[in-house]
Design a protein around this ligand. Structure first.
Ligand SMILES: Cc1cc2nc3c(=O)[nH]c(=O)nc-3n(C[C@H](O)[C@H](O)[C@H](O)COP(=O)(O)OP(=O)(O)OC[C@H]3O[C@@H](n4cnc5c(N)ncnc54)[C@H](O)[C@@H]3O)c2cc1C
Length: 407
């Protein structure tokens, strides 16, 4: 086995998890092959929030400066009542976030993030990206791992030290460890839409005071998050309602009756957004049980949604994927020759943090969708806590640094 082969990292999936994991290994001198099932890599125009724990890593990987060209640095997260539109609380972002958490909080289009990651991957001589390549199975053996990959030209076998399953929420590699392998529908639908900042719909929202900020409109059984993307020239909207399971896709279309029902008691400026039925795409929220294994000590690790798809209420799925890639590379590179120990230590470290983030998302869900007494208690809590005190509650999350290697 050649030296390159013995350190080769094989990655299934070129989403946020796969591309950042590839960069994290490559900058440490490990050769990487990424196999991506899609022929062409294209992201939807939907937006994403990147918190400082993620942008800090992207900065280390050299990607942040490219993101700053189109990303927005929002001024605050503002919580509002979706019926009265009254501001209930705020967490300062912008310069305050950068000073507090030592990295920026950004909002941007997913396609801008993916383009920046792909541009860096293309410049990295140690990374080979193969599209139209479906990783179907893998076998562990004395020399490492061999993945079986279906391509237009037939089946390719790729051998290496480690196979990283970054194949997303519908992961086929999740079952490779002998687990059940399926994600489950969380009973919630995410409705997504982008509007131009000068459109009538956006102008109505801007009158409420959403410009330049991340705004969460809270309502019993429903919430809507708005934030600017593309240098502020567009607004990204994400609404969450309960619903039944629909086809697994980033860009499903469906009748907006469910959305209209959930918004019927919200303010007119919000309600009218649901009228424009063609504009919304729907995504079923799926999660992965915390009991599913993430590693096979012989040389397989799952990262990102493949390992721990979570609800989007803490806006941390991609951030956790980025943390996964960086911490995995730190552990594997730092413990050369003891891959099993590296993977075990990595999984232990990551599970504790991911579980805390998942709990944070569940807390947000309860608070944002609360009604009656619960909603009144939430409002009092937000009123008596200053923006700085609210910000301090995120120090563990946004102020996080990749832990140094503990052997
Ligand atoms: C409504 C909503 C809003 C969100 N907002 C935020 C947010 O603001 N901030 C945040 O941090 N996170 C957010 N998230 C979460 C975030 O979008 C995901 O956690 C993240 O995109 C997961 O990235 P991934 O690379 O793990 O998976 P994916 O992006 O799904 O990538 C998986 C890749 O693997 C490929 N693939 C699949 N199978 C194979 C195979 N067998 N062989 C080869 N390739 C394969 C796929 O084609 C795909 O390219 C949100 C999620 C939702 C649903």
């Amino acid at each position: 086995m050649s030296e390159a082969r013995s350190r080769q990292v094989i990655i299934a999936g070129a989403g946020i998890a796969g591309l950042t994991t590839a960069l994290s290994f490559a900058v440490r001198g490990y050769p990487v092959r990424i196999f991506e099932r899609a022929q062409k890599l294209e992201e939807s125009g939907a937006g994403i929030q990147l918190s400082p724990n993620a942008t800090r890593i992207l900065d280390r990987l050299g990607v942040l400066s490219a993101l700053r060209l189109t990303a927005v640095r929002p001024t605050a997260v503002i919580l509002r009542d979706a019926a009265s539109l009254v501001e209930l609380g705020r967490v300062p972002l912008g310069a305050a976030a950068e000073a507090r958490w030592r990295a920026p909080y950004l909002t941007l289009r997913r396609s801008d993030l993916q383009s920046a990651l792909l541009a860096h991957v293309a410049r990295e001589p140690g990374i080979e990206l193969v599209t139209g390549a479906d990783v179907r199975s893998a076998s562990l053996h004395a020399h490492g791992v061999t993945a079986s990959v279906e391509t237009a030209g037939g089946t390719v076998r790729a051998g290496g030290l480690l196979l990283v399953g970054a194949d997303g929420v519908w992961s086929g590699l999740r079952g490779l460890n002998g687990s059940k392998g399926k994600s489950s529908f969380a009973g919630e639908l995410a409705w997504r839409r982008t509007v131009s900042a000068d459109s009538p719909a956006a102008q109505e929202l801007i009158k409420i005071g959403i410009a330049g900020a991340v705004t969460a409109f809270m309502h019993p059984g429903f919430h809507l998050v708005t934030y600017p993307v593309r240098g502020g020239s567009a607004l990204n909207l994400v609404a969450l309602t309960s619903g039944s399971s629909i086809a697994e896709s980033w860009s499903g279309r469906m009748d907006t009756a469910q959305l209209k029902r959930a918004m019927r008691r919200t303010a007119p400026a919000l309600r009218q957004l649901a009228e424009d039925a063609d504009a919304w795409t729907v995504w079923p929220i799926h999660t992965v049980a915390a009991t599913e294994p993430w590693i096979a000590t012989g040389g397989i690790a799952l990262v990102g949604d493949a390992a721990h798809a979570m609800t989007p209420y803490a806006a941390q799925g991609a951030a956790m994927a980025i943390e996964d890639g960086e911490t995995l590379a730190v552990q594997v590179v730092g413990r050369q020759g003891t891959l099993g120990a590296a993977l075990t230590a990595w999984e232990k470290q990551r599970r504790a943090r991911v579980a805390k983030v998942v709990r944070r998302g569940a807390t947000n869900y309860r608070a944002w969708h609360a009604s009656g007494m619960m909603a009144r208690m939430r409002n009092i809590y937000l009123r008596v806590h200053s923006p700085e005190r609210l910000a301090a509650r995120f120090d563990w999350l946004y102020g996080w640094e990749p832990p140094s290697l503990k052997v």
